[in-house]
Design a protein around this ligand. Structure first.
Ligand SMILES: [Zn+2]
Length: 469
């Protein structure tokens, strides 16, 4: 064999050159992804030691769902995932039937549709709650692993109060804001865990639903009666609304909540008192839809003025609507634009990333000093959209304007929601650190702000938490 074969030399040199480049690239790529992972892990671990202020929940005690046993399927029925299961073709959840049906029959009814949802964020955030609290290690629910999980759930739900306390702390919560849309006049909450949110939908909706002679009054008018208020005109109506404000404030309400996009547009016209007064005097059944809307519009403007007087921020549902059928356009964030301009002293907190109008939503946080963004529920609707949208929001909006919320009925799902929220925030921030758009130090600060400090600041929680900040 000749040592210096010029043909071989010419062939091997380029090969060595190519291999060298490949090897160096691989080493660099590995190094780079190692760094990626460790930045992500450090930010994610940092998030885990924060005592979280969760700015939006609908926590129920199990008995509020009725007198039922609680298995996996009941937890599924209360969760967002139930809407994907229905969307995949399953029947609705009948709680009375679920009390007696065997696990095999329940799997036969829901298993196939449940499996079709394995790719959705509703599914994976729900799994995460069980991974965190129950030591559930599988990626998916199966007929087999649900037997063990249901046994654990039934055991925990024998004494839900004790279980809730344990899970609440294990998940990392310090305080949850609770919007009790299902019993909006209740002002009593366990303040070891919860802060009261004043749900103002009934104050708006009841203004165009006055009881007719001989008919059963709606819950708002019943409540007025129970509290000794007689309502025969708009002035009386506003006196009772003023009473509800005072009652909520006496019970330390931290903010107001408007979720009217579930039943009407978010465009609220500025209607003069005199016009609203005349319309209120008409029997509600004779109001045209446009007239009914005008009275309601007037009420929300009245409420905003009260929120300024009492210094209470207003949380507003925008964008996507939970469940399996509604008017998506109702919640388009841009419909609120006139209010942000008209009330610079009010504080508006927009919910859910305005999905699917996330850019429009971010623009308001950027443009207005008095508009804040709560990314609550966005990671559950679509994890990837949350990652993309939050990255865009960080490009546009100062980070003292963000909050996070869980938005669930029971502790397992809220825990999954928190895990998911932290994953999304850590992913977006670590990529920004990697791209040298942020230092790690500032990334940690952003995590603190989103999951805790912004809420303490904007909702004035220092005294409630009994600490100096
Ligand atoms: Zn909600």
């Amino acid at each position: 064999m000749k040592k210096n074969n010029p043909v071989m030399k010419n062939l091997t040199n380029p090969l060595i050159y190519v291999w060298s480049i490949l090897i160096v690239s691989l080493v660099l790529f590995n190094q780079c992804s190692l760094n990626d992972t460790s930045v992500y892990n450090r930010i994610r671990d940092y998030a885990d030691q924060i005592s979280v202020i969760d700015a939006h929940e609908h926590q129920h005690w199990p008995e509020e769902y009725g007198d039922h046993r609680f298995t996996f399927y009941n937890l599924l029925a209360t969760s967002y995932l139930s809407a994907d299961v229905r969307s995949a073709g399953a029947e609705g959840f009948d709680w009375n039937a679920m009390d007696t049906l065997s696990p095999d029959i329940l799997w036969a009814m829901y298993g196939e549709a449940l499996d079709y949802t394995r790719g959705t964020s509703y599914y994976s955030h729900f799994v995460k709650g069980f991974q965190k609290l129950y030591g559930f290690s599988d990626l998916y629910f199966t007929r087999e692993n649900l037997t063990t999980l249901t046994a654990q759930i039934e055991e925990n739900y024998k004494d839900y109060r004790t279980w809730f306390d344990e899970a609440f702390h294990k998940a990392g919560f310090e305080l949850m804001f609770v919007d009790q849309y299902w019993k909006p006049f209740n002002t009593e909450l366990d303040d070891r865990y919860f802060a009261l949110v004043f749900h103002i939908n009934p104050l708006i909706a009841a203004s165009s639903r006055k009881p007719e002679k001989g008919s059963e009054p709606g819950s708002f008018y019943k409540e007025a009666e129970n509290e000794g208020y007689e309502i025969s005109n708009l002035d009386d109506y506003l006196v009772f609304c003023g009473h509800l404000f005072k009652k909520n404030i006496e019970n330390n309400a931290v903010c107001l909540k408007n979720s009217q996009a579930y039943s009407r547009t978010l465009y609220y016209e500025d209607v003069p008192f005199e016009e609203a007064r005349i319309l209120y005097n008409k029997p509600s059944s004779r109001l045209t839809p446009a007239e009914a809307k005008k009275i309601e519009d007037f009420m929300f403007h009245w409420i905003i003025n009260k929120s300024i007087e009492y210094d209470l921020p207003i949380q507003i549902h925008t964008g996507y609507l939970a469940g399996n059928g509604n008017v998506l356009d109702n919640g388009k964030p841009v419909k609120l634009n006139n209010l942000f301009l008209q009330y610079p002293e009010a504080e508006f907190i927009l919910f859910h990333g305005g999905y699917p109008w996330t850019g429009e939503y971010a623009a308001f946080g950027k443009m207005f000093r008095n508009v804040y963004l709560d990314i609550v529920w966005l990671p559950q609707i679509s994890r990837e959209e949350a990652v993309h949208a939050l990255d865009e929001m960080f490009d546009c909006v100062p980070y003292n304007k963000f909050f996070w919320g869980g938005d669930c009925g029971l502790i397992e799902e809220s825990t999954g929601s928190l895990e998911y929220g932290k994953d999304v925030v850590a992913e977006v921030l670590s990529k920004r650190v990697q791209r040298r758009l942020l230092t790690e130090e500032v990334a940690f600060d952003i995590v603190d702000k989103i999951f805790r400090e912004n809420a303490i600041e904007v909702f004035k929680l220092e005294e409630r938490l009994g600490k100096e900040f």
